[in-house]
Design a protein around this ligand. Structure first.
Ligand code: HEM
Length: 465
């Protein structure tokens, strides 16, 4: 039975709760349907665990912004929180360790935190490798998935570890494989079994592999940290590891919040959070640009007019490219890369839209419902850059643009992600034209659902401009 004055929802079954009423391959349409029936705030049971689903900008703002403290926890006891043992940032519960690590990461990811080589420089270096790869394949049709994935991961490596890796490097390959296998396990049926049936956790089922693999990469990264200890110059950081070691020194040995095990989980958090998200958004964007070649050409004209013969684009140039900015944002809106955000949890008994929500309740923010919300967009369900342009053709970002979520737990890599998307797309569109192969049928926009949602694999023809 639902607690008194708890948000309404469909009747749960014993053991399974409402799981059998959802299409677990892609529950998004079911969630939309249930919201029409039960309202902007409704509840479901995952096994015996109640969860509250937030639908639409109003519910999102009231919970995650106005009551950000009450709704800012992370559910503990799930596979993902066991992997990280609640350390780092993503799965850390609301409290001093999360707050201090989040503040440290935000400060460090700003340009001034990273010493001599700016974030922009590191991204542009990676872009030159992507361009070389595409030049070699000019005139051919290729699947961009691995290339975009490697590039997104390598940008993060450069920021965290001080240098990028060759795509074939053994550690780089191990890390990428572990990340994709672990997200498959966490997203798939075994992740669901782990999260909803604690009694089965010690059995030799596939999630044991996720725990083992995570520990292996954790050890690799500890090795990189040790190398840094031996080569660093205090006060002259080369990357996030050096910054963290400086911070540990500054705080002294009595500080229990900043230690090496926390650092390694934080580094892995940033790697996980910054790889799939950016690469899937890039893949979605290129798919849109091939589907609407006239929009691709209009962006090309605008950036050529602004950049003329300048060798490289800079992030500042975005202010002179309203149309290109609108296109990138519209692609991100339609991609809805984290459709259900990262799950939250209430940190104390609280209220939402008149309902009573007890402490410890699982909160699922349906970000897609906001990105496609009727009355918030000129064209909620169509791909249309006009969604981000005002009557004068200037770039304007509506309040309902929340692919990075909102409130105190909002994505801490938003600045980096926006810089990456702009610099990569402008650099690629200046040099190359992307064409949908004639023999590939119609472009398929049906997403592959997951914590990070992705377009289906596709091929693209790359032509040199
Ligand atoms: C297009 C790219 C990206 C999208 C759409 C995205 C989206 C999100 C979303 C929706 C959340 C959950 C926020 C919440 O719980 O309310 C999140 C959290 C997070 N993201 Fe991103 N993200 C992207 C790129 C990145 C990058 C490049 C980094 C690397 C620095 C990053 C690091 C994080 C971290 C560490 C968190 C956890 C924050 C916390 O719990 O305090 N993200 N992201």
């Amino acid at each position: 039975r639902r607690p008194k004055n708890f948000p309404p929802g469909p009747q749960p079954l014993p053991i399974f709760g409402n799981l059998l009423q959802l299409n677990l391959e892609n529950p998004m349409p079911d969630l939309e349907r249930l919201s029409k029936r039960y309202g902007r705030v409704f509840s479901l049971y995952f096994g015996g665990r109640p969860a509250v689903i937030l639908n639409g900008a109003g519910a999102m703002k009231e919970a995650l912004v106005n009551k950000g403290l009450d709704f800012g926890g992370r559910p503990q006891g799930l596979l993902l929180s066991h992997l990280t043992r609640g350390k780092g940032v993503i799965m850390a519960d609301y409290g001093p360790s999360w707050r201090e690590h989040r503040r440290f990461a935000l400060m460090t990811l700003k340009n001034f935190g990273l010493g001599k080589r700016s974030m922009e420089e590191r991204i542009l270096e990676e872009i030159s490798h992507v361009c070389t790869h595409l030049e070699v394949n000019a005139g051919k049709s290729i699947d961009p998935q691995t290339l975009f994935h490697n590039a997104s991961c390598d940008i993060i490596c450069s920021i965290l570890f001080g240098s990028r890796y060759e795509y074939e490097h053994e550690f780089f390959q191990t890390m990428i494989k572990m990340m994709s296998e672990n997200s498959k396990i966490a997203n798939g049926p075994w992740g669901m079994v782990y999260d909803t049936m604690p009694l089965l956790r010690n059995l030799p089922l596939p999630y044991q592999k996720a725990l083992r693999d995570y520990n292996t990469v954790n050890m690799y990264v500890s090795g990189i940290v040790n190398e840094h200890r031996a080569t660093r110059v205090p006060g002259e950081p080369r990357d996030v590891i050096d910054c963290y070691l400086d911070e540990m020194e500054k705080r002294g040995e009595s500080c229990v919040i900043f230690d090496e095990s926390q650092m390694v989980v934080l580094l892995l958090d940033i790697l996980f959070a910054g790889t799939d998200t950016t690469s899937n958004t890039l893949r979605y964007t290129v798919l849109c640009l091939m589907t609407y070649p006239e929009i691709q050409e209009k962006c090309h004209l605008e950036m050529n007019g602004v950049l003329k013969d300048k060798a490289q684009v800079s992030f500042e140039d975005r202010h002179k490219m309203p149309y290109t900015q609108a296109v990138i944002h519209e692609c991100q809106r339609m991609a809805s890369t984290l459709p259900l955000s990262v799950f939250h949890c209430t940190t104390r008994d609280t209220k939402l839209m008149g309902y009573q929500i007890p402490k410890g309740t699982l909160i699922i923010p349906d970000l897609s419902s906001v990105l496609y919300e009727k009355d918030k967009w000129k064209f909620p369900h169509e791909f249309h850059p006009v969604n981000f342009l005002n009557d004068q053709g200037q770039f304007e970002k509506p309040e309902a643009f929340m692919p990075f979520s909102v409130g105190p737990r909002t994505c801490l890599g938003e600045g980096l992600a926006r810089m990456e998307l702009f610099l990569i797309l402008v650099s690629l569109l200046r040099r190359f034209q992307f064409i949908w192969p004639e023999d590939a049928g119609e472009p398929d926009f049906t997403p592959v659902f997951g914590v990070t949602q992705a377009p289906r694999p596709y091929r693209m023809i790359v032509n040199l401009r």
